[in-house]
Structures are given as structure tokens and as C-alpha cells.
Design a protein around this ligand. Structure first.
Ligand SMILES: [Zn+2]
Length: 1020
């Protein structure tokens, strides 16, 4: 779904001679008869309707080969009243050099609305930067007049409980309802073709009188969001304008798309943290649409990747996977008949993760679809050369694309429109089947508890993290999942787990006993949240809350995206999967507003908040700037309550103010008669710098989003800026250097992009690029990196007492560049942890970094890096590669016996010092001889969390060869001079899905000047 980074600037004149062989396929403009011998409506224009000659001539001109078009789009019907896209673009859709801003696309859609009763434009929300998103409905005037009536019918089909699951009633509705086919364009900003293709598609659907298009218009509501990533679109158009104004220069790569993330905006359909996801989801669910068809560009020439490859997402209904096959196969066949090369389905995309935008439909009883068409990343016409694997003929791509071809934005628009029109026509022809399926999928969701189960998920009322629990429930509500709350306590029986028969069972009696474990039950208190599975959108709740298992033996060796995401685990809250149907009989009420209980209780002027690693504690710290806050370094009891280590003790604040803030944040505060006599240290609102590179901003974008959400302020600066700040310590207490997203090596972070040749790559607002910067960062030249001066500044910052926090690839950076001593970071050799949920274990609960955490913490891991510690400077840490084996030498006796030496009494060897894999091996006597390399105990790395043992490592997803990272450090605090570098191997802040580990980062920020609290030093 990414555009390969290829140079947009190229010749438009070169034509491939090899293309001549196809000239026999030239499509003729002459109309065909309306109904062909096969009984299908012919895909051809209406002979009686005039064509727009001038527009049609340009279509021919900009189409680079006669077979890159179809009888559906090789002409434009004329209209006396309805303006063509030319009215806004100044040229036709897909013309070279023309890339409209979202605003221009909307302007055109609104012109259409004004000129035609067949078009209606709806505003569906705004982006992070305040730009509008729209949905354009095109259908017959009658359908558009009866939208609400039709919506009422679709709503009943979407929620079969309203018709008591009555199939006969459903059939009546199916016979009357007009289905909705929702198309979304350009979520990925460098994939630029969709907006103009969709402008022209809207025109055709509104104007064309051919029977083929008329049938679509009269039978179906086509809903179009022409630009999904609106902020990114405007930046991309800026870049393209810059490129047109500086044709001989290299142009800046699109470093920012939306405000926060780039390509990952199409991985947000689980967490729903981005506005674009929320707006499309609300539109899809609100219209009760049957299809969500998302348009992308990267693969030549049209890859309908919906059919994809295994493994299929385990929670989708097989009715849907059948629909994928039906529509996909037919789509390929139709376009093949037009003589268009390179149209295929299947391919190598697996449909395991439900994070893609299109999957909103798959998880809400609709049909998800996705096109990859071919694009040049702009509107230049260019000769494109493919890789052999791209043009190879395979069983699933029998008519592959050409090895080399001149490709234009018009070609792209031809393919997109032809694919969509044939899809719409096929869908409309079979709409009764698809509407019935829509109902059946919803009905089968409602029947889920007794069918495949589970009956419900329960989030208990005695959750120790009510704030995170509420956050998880609110994500489910965004997904249109209904939440209920138990009005009384209840008990459910737990499924009896079948034990594997033990080989060593001594007699039949014992084996029998092992076969029948006692049935167990679980009690839940009144007020527990129940997510019933007998609701229409049960599937998305099930997919998010269940565990994932990706077998290492799966034939799919290259998972397309994350393999595990279990939300209860990553949010750090309890979620019980309940199969006992009795749970549904619990008296319960529907919950509209989920809000954790918060406010002040008790009497007194000193306040305490128990620390359970809830991110809202950081929000409170920054919100109440003047309050004195301290952290208890040990647990304590007060006013009959137990407080954990790290609990906040607050003074200097009126009860009213604190009560209001705590109620707002869902934090439970206890007023104490007197301050507890426990050792404390101050918890200050650290001044934070947030560092990004000009290489990639996507992965750090999720961190920015999380901090903004929590209202934790920071200065957003690039690696270039660091060298320019005189005294970093005077400005900042903590520097966050979140992951770059891929590890380009330490030299790339320092040097940046090549600057020895070429021109500067500015990222700043100019007359040609008014949208580039937004509220993010700017530079005159993106190419320079951190630089050696910047590196020295970072080092000085830490030495003078600052705290530097790094994760995944930036952790590798600080170890490889020598900012820390005693920690090495390795890449894996045989391990495969592909975006999975893994187990970690608390090693040093005394560290403020771990405040609020219990022994077991689930975390997101994507293959390391693998940390190893050493107490010897410059030594590489110990790693376990395969199973350890300590065998005695060949000699006398049995395996456990000591050897002997003939002719002298046995000398007892000193006992070998042992250590755990996450620890540095103990310093030996030999190493201490003139031991200038021995790191003094106070300077050694302190392990806060480690990865779990191999058998406990996998929680969700794919973990293969996990022994390589098992037990190794996961979060390490390394003293350096007067400061600290805190390194993460896990990624604690990711896609809004890992909120349970946010507090490891927030604890580091809030306790920046007391990180050594609770530290126990080694003796030697
Ligand atoms: Zn894409």
C-alpha cells in the first residue's frame, strides 16, 4: 500500500515500441447494443446520448496505450447542465500536471450537487488540523429523496433484533431496500489518483444514460469520500506544486502525511485514534452501508487485494470471505474481457489484522474491499519499469502487467473507474443476495453466544485500573459496540480445560482423576461491564478482546502487519472471556457514557492517590501546576487503605479544585488526616523535549498523539535543532527520542540524507507549499541529521543530569554510538516476533519507572532489539543462542560425577558464579585485577523489566525462536554521568493500542530527578 520511492521526474515522450503489438486491441468509440447475448447489460455508452467531444479527445490523448482503458471510461457523456471536472481542474480528470487540493475536489462535488438532483454532499467531520471531510451520495433523485426511509429499512437489516430475527420480514426488507456502496479515496497521500478518478466517477454516475450506468444509479446509492487523509492530501499537492515549479530539482519526500502518522493511518481501524478513522467509521455505520471499498496505489496495474492470501482473520464470517471471492473474481474477469492487462486478485496480502480502514466493513457485517492500482506519486507521465516478480505470470495473475510501459495519471484513473463501475454493476445486479447476506451476517453475530461463542466479555467492577478500563470501553463504543453494566453480582462457570493425557500416568485410577478436573466458577461484582456477544457488532469486540495465535508453521511466512493485538492485555486491564450463556441472564443496563469513578473521598488536607500505572496521573501532574506532589517510595497504609509504592501524595491544593480535576480524569483521591510517614521524593512536571528525525516521523507520531491526548506538554524539535541549543539542560529535564520506525544505522541518524550532491530539500511554508508545516516542524533543508555537534550536545545533556529516553531503534542508536556503557543491543538471528503481544516481568519494583506495575506486564514487541548487560566496559553482553549445555569433560564415572587426575588428590574447583540472563554476569576475581574496565556498581545498568521466560513469552500473535529474547532486559535504566538513559526494547507507545505500558514512559518523565530511588547496588 506504499508507493515505491521512485523518481517522479521523467520523460513523457518515450513510448515503448513493444506496446505496438497490442494495437490490434484498440477500443472503438462506437456504441454496442444494450443487452448482449449472455443476457448481461452491455458495458457501453448510450448511442442516443451525445458525448463531450473535447473531453473525450483529451481522455484519448492522456491515455498512454489503447488497452489502458475500457468502453466504460473512454468517452465522457455530455450534459448541458452538469459541469465536468474540467470546470474546477482546468483540464480533465487524470490530466498530466494536475493534482487538485481537497478543497477543489469538494468545490466540484458541490457544483455537481447544485446542478444535479442525483448528487448530495454530506459533511462527515473534520481532521486533526480542522479540514473538512465529505461523503458524496450519487443515486436516482427518488433514492436520494427517500434516504431516511431507506435508512430505516437498512437499520432493521443491520440489527436483526429489531425484527426478532424473522427471515420472512428480512426478505421483505431485502426486496425493498436500496443498498449503499461506500468508496474511499487517497487515505495514503503519495497515492494520488483517486480524487480525480472519483470526481469523474461521480459525474458519470450522475449524467451517463447508458443502461449499464443507469442500472447502477437507479439500484444502488454510491457513497464517495474522495479524500480520506485530507491534511496529507494538501501536503502532497504542495510538494507536487513545488516539483512543478522546480522541475530540475529533487523534491522533498512527504515526511508528514496527517498530523500524526503517515502510512499507518491505514492501521488505525482497531484503536480508532485518528479523526479520519472515526469519521469514516461513523459514516459507514451511520449509512448502514454494505461495502467499504478503499482505493490505494502501488501495485501494477490493478490488484484487488481483498481476496488476498491466508491466514484469513479468524473472526470474519465465511459469508464475507465468499463475497470477497465472488466480487474479486468477477472484477478480474470483467476487466480481462476489456483487454486491460495486469488485473488480478489473490496476491500476497493476508487478511489477518483488522487494522485496515476497509476492515471497518469486515468487522461490521459488510464487505471490505481494497484496490491497489498503479501510480506515479503525482501527475507526471513516466516510463515505469517493473521487477520480474511484478510482471511474472502466475496462476492468480494470468494476464500480468507489462515489464515496461509509459504510465499516466489518466491510465490510473481509467483503471480505478473501470474497476469501480464493473464492481458497482455486479454488486447492483446481485444486490438482493448481498443485502440478504448483510442481514445474515448480522443475524449470525446476534446468534454468536450459542453458536461459536463466547457469550460475553466481562470487565470486572473491581478493576484496579478503572481509568484504563474506561478507555478500552470507549474504544469499543467508537466501534459501535453496545456496553452493558450488571445490576447485581453474578457467577459464571468457567470452561473445563481438557488436560493433555500425561504419558507418565502410573495407573488407570490416576489417569482418570486427571481427566476430570473440578468445574470452576468465577464471581463478578455488581457494576461489572458486560459486552454481550448477542449484538450485531459483536464481531469487532470479539476480534479486539480475544487472543491471537499465529502458528510458526503457518505457510504464510511474511505476515503483512501485526500478528497480535489483544486489547485487554495491551491496556493492562482484566478482560474475562465468558462462554457460560447464563451470563446473558444477569440483570443489566445499557451504558451510554463510560466514565471511571473519580473525585476526593475522606477528610483531611493531605491527599493521596493510589498508583496503579494509570496515565491520567501524568495529566493531573501537568494540569495542577502549582500543587506539591510527591511519590511514596514504599507502600503504606493510611485511613484504613493500602497505598502502593509510587502513590502520589498531594499538598497545596484546595479540595474543590482537586475534586473537580480528579472527577474529570476518573482518579480516586483519598483525603488523609496526616501525611504518611513514608519516604517520598518530589514528582515534578518535567520540561520535555520530543526529538524527531527528518528521515521518518511515523512511529514517533503515535507517541505525539498519546502525549497530546494526555495533555502532557513538550517541545517538538528535530535532530538538527539539538546542536543549535546552547544548553539543553537549561531548557529541558527529559529528552524523548522515540523510534524512527526503521533503523537506518547510527551514521544515518547523525548524517541524515546525502547532502554532498543535489539541492536542499526544504520543508517549510512557501507560496507553492502553504500547507506543508501545519502545526508540526519545519526546516530549510531536510537532509542534515543530528550531526556530531548534536551528538556531543546530547551526551553533555545526560552527563549534566538530563534524562534521555529511547525505544527500539533509537535504543540501538545510543548503544552503538556509545552514549551508554554496559548495554549492548543485538538484532535477532533466528527470532521472529512480528508485531506481537509478549509477556514481561518486573525485575526492580523499587524503581520509580515501575511505579504502579505488578509483576506481569504485557507489552508490544516487534523483534527486539535484544539487550544484554555487562559490568565490563566494552564487553559484549551475554546472549543465549539455543539451549545452554554444561557437560563435564570426558573421564571417569557417571554424568554427575567429578573427574579425577591419576596420581594426585582431587582439588575442588571454586563454585562458578551464576546470574540470570537479564543480569550482567558477576565480575570475576580475574576481571578485577587492574580492573579499569570494571563498571562501578552505581554506574551499572538497572533492569526494570525483562522479557518473560520462553514458555510465557507469547501472549498473542507470532513468537518464533523466542528463546533468543526470553528473559533479556525489556526496559533498562542506565546511569550516565549525573543523568540517565532509559532504554526500551519493547515499543511502549504504539497505535493507541498499548495504553497499559504508557505509564512506564510517563513514570520516567515524572520522576526524572529521582530515578535512583529504591536502588540497591551490587556489593562489588
Ligand atoms: Zn496505500
Amino acid at each position: 500500500m506504499a508507493i515505491p520511492e521512485k523518481n517522479m521526474t521523467g520523460s513523457r515522450k518515450v513510448r515503448n515500441a513493444a506496446l505496438g503489438i497490442f494495437s490490434a486491441l484498440v477500443l472503438i468509440l462506437a456504441p454496442l447494443p444494450a443487452r448482449a447475448a449472455d443476457g448481461e447489460t452491455a458495458p457501453a455508452r448510450d448511442a442516443k446520448q451525445a458525448i463531450d467531444e473535447q473531453y473525450t479527445a483529451k481522455i484519448q490523448k492522456y491515455t498512454t496505450a489503447p488497452f489502458f482503458t475500457s468502453p466504460l471510461v473512454n468517452y465522457l457523456p455530455a450534459s448541458n447542465t452538469v459541469p465536468t471536472p474540467e470546470a474546477v481542474l482546468g483540464d480533465i480528470a487524470g490530466a498530466p500536471d494536475v493534482l487538485p487540493y481537497a478543497e477543489d475536489v469538494y468545490k466540484y462535488m458541490r457544483l455537481l450537487e447544485k446542478a444535479s438532483p442525483r448528487v448530495k454532499v454530506f459533511s462527515i467531520g473534520t481532521t486533526e488540523e480542522g479540514r473538512e471531510m465529505i461523503a458524496v451520495a450519487v443515486s436516482s433523485p427518488e433514492n436520494l429523496k427517500n434516504l431516511e426511509e431507506n435508512r430505516a429499512r437498512l437499520t432493521k437489516l443491520a440489527d436483526p433484533r429489531t425484527i426478532k430475527l424473522d427471515d420472512a420480514e428480512a426478505d421483505k426488507l431485502v426486496a425493498q431496500a436500496v443498498p449503499v456502496y461506500y468508496i474511499t479515496g487517497t487515505i495514503h497521500s503519495p497515492e494520488t489518483g483517486a480524487p480525480t478518478a472519483l470526481m469523474e466517477l461521480a459525474y458519470r454516475l450522475a449524467v451517463d444514460e447508458s443502461p449499464y450506468v443507469r442500472e447502477i444509479r437507479d439500484g444502488t446509492i454510491t457513497l464517495i469520500t474522495p479524500v480520506v487523509e485530507v491534511d496529507g492530501r494538501d501536503r502532497m499537492v504542495d510538494i507536487y506544486r513545488w516539483h512543478l515549479a522546480h522541475p530540475k530539482d529533487f523534491y522533498p519526500p512527504l515526511i508528514y502525511w496527517g498530523k500524526y502518522v503517515a502510512h499507518d493511518n491505514n492501521r488505525d481501524a482497531m484503536g480508532v485514534t485518528l479523526k479520519l478513522t472515526e469519521n469514516v467509521l461513523n459514516t459507514y455505520v451511520g449509512w448502514k452501508a454494505q461495502v467499504l471499498h478503499d482505493l490505494h496505489e502501488s501495485v501494477p496495474y490493478l490488484y484487488d487485494n481483498t481476496v488476498g492470501d491466508g491466514p484469513y482473520n479468524a473472526w470474519v464470517d465465511p459469508i464475507l470471505t465468499d463475497e470477497w471471492q465472488m466480487i474479486g473474481a468477477r472484477n478480474v474477469a470483467d476487466m480481462t474481457k476489456f483487454g486491460m492487462p495486469g488485473v488480478f486478485t489473490h496476491g500476497d496480502f493476508d487478511t489477518w489484522s483488522p487494522g485496515y480502514l476497509m476492515f471497518i466493513a469486515a468487522m461490521h457485517n459488510g464487505i471490505s474491499r481494497l484496490y491497489e492500482t498503479f501510480g506515479n506519486g503525482g501527475a507526471d507521465t513516466q516510463e515505469r519499469t517493473l521487477d520480474p516478480e511484478e510482471y511474472a505470470r502466475t496462476w492468480w495473475r494470468q494476464n500480468p502487467p507489462l515489464p515496461k510501459a509509459l504510465w499516466s495519471q489518466r491510465d490510473n484513473n481509467n483503471y480505478e473507474q473501470t474497476g469501480l463501475l464493473t464492481s458497482l454493476h455486479y454488486f447492483n445486479e446481485n444486490k438482493r443476495l448481498f443485502l440478504k447476506n448483510f442481514y445474515l451476517k448480522a443475524k449470525r453475530s446476534v446468534m454468536k453466544p450459542a453458536a461459536e461463542g463466547p457469550a460475553a466479555y466481562v470487565l470486572p467492577a473491581d478493576e484496579s485500573r478503572p481509568g484504563l478500563q474506561s478507555e478500552l470501553l470507549r474504544v469499543l463504543q467508537k466501534q459501535a459496540v453496545e456496553i452493558s453494566r450488571a445490576k447485581s453480582a453474578f457467577t459464571v462457570s468457567l470452561p473445563v480445560k481438557k488436560e493433555k493425557p500425561k504419558k507418565e500416568a502410573k495407573d488407570a485410577k490416576e489417569a482418570d482423576k486427571e481427566k476430570k478436573p473440578e468445574p470452576t466458577t468465577r464471581d463478578f461484582p455488581s457494576g461489572s461491564y458486560i459486552i454481550r456477544m448477542d449484538q450485531p457488532y459483536a464481531r469487532i469486540a470479539d476480534a479486539l478482546l480475544d487472543h491471537q495465535y499465529w502458528s510458526p508453521d503457518d505457510p504464510q511466512k511474511t505476515p503483512y502487519d501485526d500478528t497480535g493485538w489483544t486489547f485487554g492485555e495491551l491496556f493492562g486491564v482484566q478482560v474475562a472471556r465468558v462462554t457460560d450463556l447464563k451470563v446473558l441472564d444477569t440483570p443489566m443496563e445499557h451504558v451510554v457514557n463510560v466514565h471511571g469513578p473519580g473525585g476526593v473521598k475522606g477528610d483531611g488536607t493531605v491527599f493521596a492517590i493510589n498508583n496503579n500505572a494509570e496515565p491520567a496521573l501524568a495529566t493531573l501532574r501537568y494540569k495542577m501546576k502549582d500543587a506539591a506532589m510527591e511519590a511514596a517510595e514504599e507502600q503504606f497504609d493510611s485511613s484504613g487503605k493500602k497505598f502502593t509504592r509510587g502513590s502520589l501524595i498531594i499538598r497545596n491544593l484546595t479540595r474543590t479544585d482537586l475534586d473537580r480535576a480528579a472527577a474529570d480524569l476518573g482518579l480516586q483521591v483519598v483525603a488523609l488526616g496526616a501525611a504518611p510517614s513514608v519516604k517520598t521524593h518530589p514528582v515534578r512536571a518535567a520540561r520535555v523535549a520530543f526529538v524527531h528525525t527528518w528521515l521518518s516521523t511515523q512511529t514517533e507520531g503515535w507517541w505525539r498523539l498519546a502525549l497530546d491526548d494526555l495533555k502532557v506538554p513538550y517541545d517538538y524539535i528535530s535532530t538538527q535543532k539539538i546542536a543549535k541549543i546552547d544548553d539543553l539542560n537549561a531548557k529541558y529535564d527529559v529528552i524523548l527520542f522515540p523510534p524512527v520506525g526503521y533503523f537506518p544505522g547510527p551514521t544515518a541518524i547523525i548524517s541524515g540524507m546525502p547532502a554532498a550532491w543535489g539541492n536542499p530539500l526544504p520543508w517549510k511554508n512557501t507560496p507553492e507549499t502553504p500547507n506543508l508545516v501545519g502545526k508540526n516542524d519545519s526546516t530549510d533543508d531536510m537532509r542534515p541529521g543530528l550531526g556530531w555537534d548534536g551528538l556531543a550536545k546530547l551526551q553533555a545533556f545526560v552527563q549534566k543530569g538530563g534524562v534521555l529516553l529511547t525505544a527500539t531503534d533509537t535504543s540501538r542508536f545510543v548503544t552503538e554510538i556509545g552514549l551508554v556503557t554496559g548495554v549492548t543491543a543485538h538484532t535477532s538471528e533466528h527470532m521472529k516476533i512480528v508485531g506481537a503481544v509478549v509477556g514481561t516481568r518486573l525485575v526492580d519494583g523499587g524503581s520509580p519507572i515501575a511505579y504502579g506495575y505488578e509483576e506481569k506486564v504485557a507489552a508490544y514487541c516487534d523483534n527486539g532489539p535484544i539487550f544484554s548487560l555487562s559490568s565490563i566496559a566494552g564487553a559484549r553482553g551475554r546472549r543465549r543462542l539455543g539451549n545452554e549445555s554444561h557437560t563435564r569433560p570426558t573421564g571417569r564415572g557417571t554424568a554427575d560425577d567429578p573427574d579425577f587426575t591419576v596420581g594426585r588428590p582431587t582439588v575442588e574447583a571454586p563454585e562458578e558464579p551464576t546470574s540470570e540472563i537479564w543480569e550482567a554476569p558477576p565480575v570475576t576475581d580475574e576481571q578485577r585485577r587492574n580492573g579499569f574496565r570494571v563498571i562501578p556498581p552505581a554506574n551499572r545498568a538497572r533492569v526494570i523489566f525483562r522479557y518473560a521466560d520462553k514458555k510465557d513469552l507469547l501472549i498473542s500473535g507470532l513468537v518464533e525462536g523466542g528463546d533468543e529474547i526470553a528473559q533479556h532486559p525489556a526496559v533498562v535504566d542506565v546511569p550516565a554521568g549525573k543523568g540517565h538513559v532509559v532504554l526500551f526494547s519493547i515499543n511502549p507507545v504504539y497505535r493507541g493500542e498499548t495504553r497499559g505500558t504508557y505509564s512506564i514512559v510517563l513514570n520516567t518523565i515524572l520522576n526524572f530527578d529521582s530515578l535512583d530511588a529504591g536502588r540497591k547496588l551490587a556489593e562489588k
